[in-house]
Design a protein around this ligand. Structure first.
Ligand code: ASP
Length: 346
């Protein structure tokens, strides 16, 4: 299809991941973007103006880290005014972390940032990458009835769902429907049509310029509780040099053992300045720290409730807040307040 002057302009940022991988004697490895696009000639039928940038060395997303997040943020910020929307091609393994990180780092975002990838490489005989890529480009180009971008936030578009980036979790390593938002409704469904769930989309009062953030602070620890965890293990982890905050993966509605050594270890850590954030191991639901005695004891030890935040959003929100140079009191305040729709506080 010929491009019209009004054709949507979309920038594709290729970071790597299975979607663009090729088989090598040592297993699947990321490959060049041109190889990927050569295998999707029908994308031209959309009639959009599509440009692309790629990581100098595309990666398996297991190698994702804050410097790569900075790179993606910079790629978007550098050309923010030029494009209607952005598609980030990314491995599925850490996609939910990147979707959460970008949600915090792309401050005052007003345009679509649509992340996708695939479980099988484009170019394989049977694969999910072609449809995921084309749908993501369409989502990034979609406008609402006022001519404004339909999506004004970071989302994952994958197989048949569009979900908020800061609510996303990868929940299957084999199924094509790899991502879910367990605590917030899908922003849209992809079937014969792309259907947007308008009441759930993010809308903004002011039209501000993008305010990119590049200072994520990774000095955190995720402490996963299990029955039988020993005092030595807990104390050794809490004594990790340099950490400023702990994501405590608790049971059920935010519960933990009430043995005295455990509660003392937590309150000593809080007194020494560590921020401890309660994030349940359950995928659905969230913390209600005050519901059980066991959770209430955590609150009394100074642990902050994460409500229904995902661990991916908790990790990246903590890196974002620690990197923002805020006081401890302000960080604690933000941890219990939604910034980009990542949690529901009740
Ligand atoms: N290991 C791959 C990655 O995350 C998996 C995938 O893309 O599905 O880069």
């Amino acid at each position: 299809m010929a491009q019209s002057a009004k054709a949507p302009k979309i920038l594709i940022i290729y970071t790597g991941g299975t979607i663009g991988m090729v088989e090598t004697p040592n297993g699947l490895q990321p490959f060049d973007f041109s190889h990927l696009m050569d295998n999707v000639p029908k994308i031209g039928k959309l009639g959009y103006q599509i440009e692309s940038v790629q990581f100098p060395q595309p990666i398996d997303s297991s190698n994702m880290n804050p410097s790569y997040w900075n790179q993606i943020v910079k790629d978007i910020a550098d050309r923010y005014d030029e494009f209607d929307g952005f598609v980030v091609l990314h491995g599925t393994d850490t996609m939910a972390y990147t979707a959460s990180a970008l949600s915090f780092m792309l401050r005052d975002l007003r345009k679509p940032v649509v992340i996708t990838g695939s479980q099988l490489p484009i170019g394989d005989i049977r694969e999910d990458g072609t449809e995921n890529l084309i749908s993501a480009v369409e989502v990034a180009a979609a406008k609402d009835e006022n001519g404004d971008p339909m999506i004004q936030e970071v989302v994952i578009s994958f197989q048949d769902y569009i979900i908020r980036g800061s609510r996303s979790t990868k929940f299957t390593s084999t199924g094509f429907h790899a991502f879910k938002s367990f605590n917030y409704p899908a922003l849209g469904t992809i079937d014969l049509h792309i259907n947007y769930a308008k009441p759930y989309l993010m809308r903004h009062n002011e039209n501000l310029p993008l305010n990119p953030f590049y200072s994520m602070d990774p000095n955190i620890l995720v402490l996963w509780l299990y029955p039988g965890i020993t005092e030595d293990v807990v104390k050794a982890q809490l004594a990790t040099p340099g950490i400023k905050a702990v994501i405590l993966r608790t049971f059920g509605a935010g519960n933990a053992p009430t043995e005295q050594w455990f509660l003392d270890a937590l309150s000593d850590a809080v007194k020494k300045g560590l921020i401890i954030y309660n994030v349940t191991q359950c995928l659905n639901g969230g913390d209600e720290q005050k519901r059980y005695y066991t959770g209430d004891m955590l609150a009394k030890a100074g642990v902050i409730s994460g409500y229904d935040i995902t661990v991916e959003a908790a990790v990246t929100k903590m890196m974002y807040l620690l990197g923002s140079g805020l006081s401890k009191d302000a960080i604690v305040q933000y941890l219990t307040t939604p910034i980009v729709g990542e949690m529901t506080v009740n």
